[in-house]
Design a protein around this ligand. Structure first.
Ligand SMILES: Nc1ncnc2c1ncn2[C@@H]1O[C@H](COP(=O)(O)OP(=O)(O)OP(=O)(O)O)[C@@H](O)[C@H]1O
Ligand SMILES: [Mg+2]
Length: 378
């Protein structure tokens, strides 16, 4: 949808952003984040051509934006800035309707749209449309700023630290509302912030910028799990993943190649294998690698005839999880089964193929990482 190709901006020969290449998919909310002065606002303003780059290209839906009529381009891009940019001498209605009126849209349609926009941002149209910005709280002004950006129903919305001037409570509320709104309208949004909590809450993808260059651009979950370097790890906060445990999945914490045996292996061989491998249970799979049961050392040893295949004695009612289940799901599963029945949880695909094993000790190792200063979180 929006594609940056080798964008560079220099002031007096000094680059402030360099060789920026990335793409924002239609319907995604991408957050640009980085320290003050790293070039976030510059990148945003290049999209609506408030700033002319020194080199490189930007495409929207495959069209080079520098070939387009600038008015035409901006008509399809809503823009919300930190200080709201509301005109103080105009009422809320006039602020929202300014562009639609310039476009000479039909009066009744404009008025109807204003009511819908006010409802969209959670403000009563009857109460607020005729007020002036100074008669609104900071949070209400921000909401009007958002409503105005949506007034022409653009495909793209650019938001430059729109909530940074607000107190934490209004800020949180507006973040929630933006996330809800975005789930409904699915605009393509580029959102600038300093605040990692804000980014994690609202972003589909995060683009981390440092000194005018992209250091990492990825899904929120990926960035939290695999920061590319110490700058990113420090920037996101090393233990941040623990405030979003739903991002920690079975596939991240499982032992990937647990000790297994085939269903037709004699019990005696299973006992030998457990002894050599120093484990107290074996996962039993069929020829395809699908999990069919589990056998413990004590069960195997208590068997009088140790020449029979393990499939005759194994336990088959095994609780399992999928690779995508979260650590929260796994802890709940374990807690809902009285110890010691569930010492380990196999991880299997939807076709029952064995992927790994989560043991109580692997869980403990994962959980204790939040108290250790580790570079790699998982
Ligand atoms: N007109 C200008 N002339 C010279 N330098 C400029 C100009 N505009 C911006 N810069 C410089 O470009 C760099 C990037 O600025 P930009 O506004 O994009 O940063 P930012 O990441 O948005 O920062 P902040 O988080 O503080 O808003 C800064 O070092 C800034 O001083
Ligand atoms: Mg800025």
């Amino acid at each position: 949808m929006i594609r940056f190709e080798g964008i560079t901006k220099k002031y007096d020969g000094k680059p402030v952003v360099s060789d920026i290449t990335f793409e924002v998919t239609k319907g995604d909310l991408v957050v640009l984040i980085g320290p003050s002065g790293c070039g976030k606002t510059t990148l945003l303003k290049i999209i609506n051509r408030l700033i002319k780059p020194s080199g490189g290209l930007v495409f929207i839906n495959g069209e080079n934006i520098f070939d387009k009529d600038v008015i035409e381009l901006r008509r399809n891009i809503g823009y919300v800035i930190q200080q709201t940019g509301l005109f103080p001498h105009m009422t809320v209605r006039e602020n929202i309707e300014i562009v639609p009126r310039l476009q000479k849209k039909e009066k009744a349609a404009i008025a109807e749209k204003s009511i819908a926009l006010m409802q969209m941002v959670g403000l009563d149209p009857n109460q607020y449309l005729n007020r002036y910005p100074s008669q609104l709280s900071g949070g209400q002004q921000q909401r009007i700023g958002v409503a105005r950006a949506f007034a022409c129903d653009p495909d793209i919305i650019l938001m430059d630290e729109p909530f940074s001037a607000l107190d934490p409570i209004s800020r949180n509320q507006l973040q929630d509302e933006l996330a809800d709104l975005q789930a409904r309208v699915r605009k393509t949004i580029v959102f600038v912030t300093h605040d990692m909590d804000e980014a994690v809450k609202i972003a589909d993808k995060i683009c981390i910028i440092h000194k005018g260059r992209i250091v990492q651009y990825d899904k929120v979950e990926e960035i939290m799990k695999n920061p590319v370097n110490a700058f990113v790890a420090d920037f996101i906060g090393r233990n941040r993943i623990w405030s979003s445990p739903e991002f920690i999945r079975a596939k991240d914490i499982m032992i990937p190649d647990p000790v297994c045996t085939q269903a037709d292996t004699p019990v005696l061989r299973c006992i030998e294998k457990m002894r050599i491998q120093k484990v107290d249970s074996l996962l039993v799979t069929d020829k395809r690698g699908a999990l069919v049961g589990i056998v413990s050392a004590s069960l195997a040893r208590s068997q009088a005839d140790k020449s029979i295949p393990v499939s005759r004695i194994m336990y088959t009612e095994v609780e399992t999880v999928s690779p995508e289940h979260t650590i929260v799901d796994i802890l709940q599963l374990i807690n809902s089964h009285p110890a010691p029945s569930l010492n380990a949880v196999p991880v299997i695909t939807e076709h029952k193929l064995l992927q790994g094993l989560i043991t109580k000790s692997s869980l403990l190792t994962t959980l204790s990482q939040q108290y250790l200063d580790t570079k790699n979180l998982l």
